[in-house]
Ligand binder design. Structure first.
Ligand SMILES: Nc1ncnc2c1ncn2[C@@H]1O[C@H](COP(=O)(O)OP(=O)(O)OP(=O)(O)O)[C@@H](O)[C@H]1O
Ligand SMILES: O=C(O)C1=C[C@@H](O)[C@@H](O)[C@H](O)C1
Length: 293
């Protein structure tokens, strides 16, 4: 079958190139932050809407803050929770940072299942940026075939060429949070495009990725169809192989957000207790550090 890169990759109308950055006109005082200790009790019925559904769980959200370090969020009970307090804190932080982004796009990179879509949507909402998912844009550009179908019909190179073309187009835009495909980091040309914005690596332990992915199934992820065994071990084996190939490439990102580091900071044993909102807040804090450099 003949396969061509869809040169005419069309980006949807809602991605508006006219949304040009606002220039910062105030001082960098916003970097002086968090000089107090606060404790928030989250209502038992709180919940958080994510891509695939609602996470429920009662929790006490403790925030310890100092001018030396970033604030820490502890979900003492229950795994997934969000509250109006959490929303307010992330909103305040995004309002502080947003003028200094100067309209630059945020590119989330990371292994498949690392939460680029879930965390990306939280970020785009709080920053009042548009959200876009490269895989979805490629699917639209190729005429509605799914990623799995594109791999099957045309092969990985064809998919990668379209991925590059989509990233090229997005690099001309402003005020987007972009969820990139897990393998977008392997081509250096893609980094050239992502350098127009700020790239953020969501670094999630492979075991957590394998748990998340096996929970939803691997049908939509063609690169996971090679191994035999039970679904978790199969996924783990394949993720390990892919990470060996790509681990170094993820390090090119401007900012690294390690779920293990967040969990350690909060005294949590398992990264599974970190909500997308807490991770999104850490993304903003690490971007803030990056902007200060
Ligand atoms: N903080 C989290 N804790 C637990 N599960 C999460 C978290 N964030 C995302 N997930 C779940 O993990 C799965 C993958 O998340 P998501 O689709 O956001 O990842 P992704 O990086 O965009 O993946 P891909 O690159 O394959 O598109 C989803 O089922 C999602 O609900
Ligand atoms: O890790 C990868 O190489 C991929 C991740 C997905 O987001 C898709 O872009 C595709 O399945 C390839």
């Amino acid at each position: 079958m003949e396969a061509k890169v869809s040169r005419g990759v069309q980006l949807p109308n809602w991605i508006n190139p006219e949304k040009i950055a606002r220039k910062p006109n105030s001082s960098l005082q916003f970097f002086q932050k968090y000089g107090e200790q606060r404790l928030y009790r989250v209502p038992a019925s709180c919940n958080l809407l994510t891509k695939r559904g609602r996470f429920h769980g009662p929790a006490v959200l403790k925030i310890s803050c100092s001018s030396e370090s970033s604030p820490a969020f502890v979900l003492e009970s229950g795994s997934y929770a969000a509250s109006s307090d959490e929303s307010k804190i992330i909103k305040n932080k995004s309002e502080e940072i947003e003028p200094y982004l100067n309209g630059r796009c945020i590119y989330l990179v990371g292994m498949m299942g690392s939460g680029k879509t879930t965390v990306g949507k939280v970020l785009s909402e709080t920053l009042e940026y548009s959200f876009c998912d490269c895989d979805t844009l490629i699917e639209e550009a190729v005429g509605g075939s799914t990623v799995a179908e594109i791999f099957k019909l045309y092969g990985e190179n064809f998919f990668r060429d379209n991925e590059t073309e989509v990233l090229h187009k997005l690099s001309l835009m402003h005020r987007l949070v972009v969820s990139t495909g897990g393998g977008a980091v392997v081509r250096s040309i893609n980094w050239r495009y992502m350098q127009k914005g700020i790239s953020v690596w969501l670094d999630v332990p492979l075991e957590a990725l394998a748990r998340r992915i096996t929970a939803v199934g691997t049908n939509s992820r063609p690169l996971l169809h090679h191994e035999s065994g039970d679904p978790y071990s199969k996924t783990m084996k394949r993720l390990t192989y892919l990470f060996e190939e790509r681990g170094e490439a993820y390090k090119n990102a401007d900012v690294r957000v390690s779920l293990e580091d967040i969990a350690a900071k909060l005294g949590l044993e398992d990264v599974c207790n970190l909500t997308p909102t807490v991770i999104a807040l850490e993304v903003l804090l690490q971007i803030e550090n990056f902007l200060k450099r």
